[in-house]
Design a protein around this ligand. Sequence first.
Ligand code: FEO
Length: 390
Amino acid sequence: MKPVKITEGVYSLRANHFNRHLFDSLIPLPDGTSYNAYLVKGSEKTALLDSSDPEKKEVLLGYLRGVEKLDYIIAHHAEQDHSGAIPFVLEKYPSAKVVTNPKCKELLMSHLHIPAGKFIEVKDGETLSLGGHTLEFIYLPWVHWPETMGTYLREDKILFSCDLFGSHLASGELFSEERTVYAPMKRYYAEIMMPFRSNIKGHLEKLSKYEINFIAPSHGPVHKNVKFVLEIYRDWAAGEPKNKALVAYVSMHGSTYILVNRLVSALEEAGVSVEKLNLEQFDEGRVAMALVDAATVIIGTPTVLAGPHPKAVYGAYLANALRPKVKFISVIGSYGWGGKMAEQITGMLTNLKVEVIEPVIIKGYPKEADFKALDQMADNILQKHRQING
Ligand code: FEO
């Protein structure tokens, strides 16, 4: 594989991983992923920005075959999908120095056993000249680890953004297209970045002073349409939730399913957009994506093992961990002889600043009065959404 030119002296060394199906043994990857390293050749020095997952180290080393001298390895992030191949690169270029911030240095030393003497520490805003190419380091903590940072290449106006603005999307195309990258970017944001919304809001503010022609993230294609990328991130991280309800449910013998269908119809008739997700085949990415802009989440669950269905519990746990900007929550479902599903589900959402809408929990098969209660819930949700969206 040959490095792919982005601008004069700047290259993409992307290692696509088309057939990886799970990240962190948790996140489904319907479009695979990529580990993006970049090479910047100045008139005096050469820098490699990040490396690759160790599983793809041969791809990275193949890209570097024609590179005789490497002076610096810029480490934006200590997670192994970007740093894991650094020890192999150091083996090939023993005089290269790893340039990073003190926190990342500490993590690389503990995770990869890179000796302290191999590092050059840089401060936020510090620059490093390669000769005609000036790297400016920008601290971007908590996207999504504490040590994350980016690099701005001043002359070419390229932001190497680490995981920020990335997408789990294996692709042979250098540049992203809005049509194809939107969903993978949203999925990525939802699964990885959403819990750190307030940090991201701050970073978007910090980055607004830079003129950026390209965003080169650590996963997925390079973005030429910088305005598009910044606008969708602003909307996801800082915008108000939409007039939208997520109804995530699981049903065992059909009663909860009937309640779900009635509520979904009532919401749609009221003018609330609805995403209905069956949790039986749990896709963490779909749940996370639906949480990005929903104002309300309704969990539908039957009673089993004296409580909510375990898949509904997992849904609530995930929603709590991902810290979406949801404002209202409720529970619907049925029981046979007892159970406190609603209290157990709402009690799990301690990270969320939500108002609980009166749950509809019924005994057995739904009756007319239960449908009326669901219609009332839909109307209630609409009124609450109007208060947010005007
Ligand atoms: Fe893509 Fe957080 O590593």
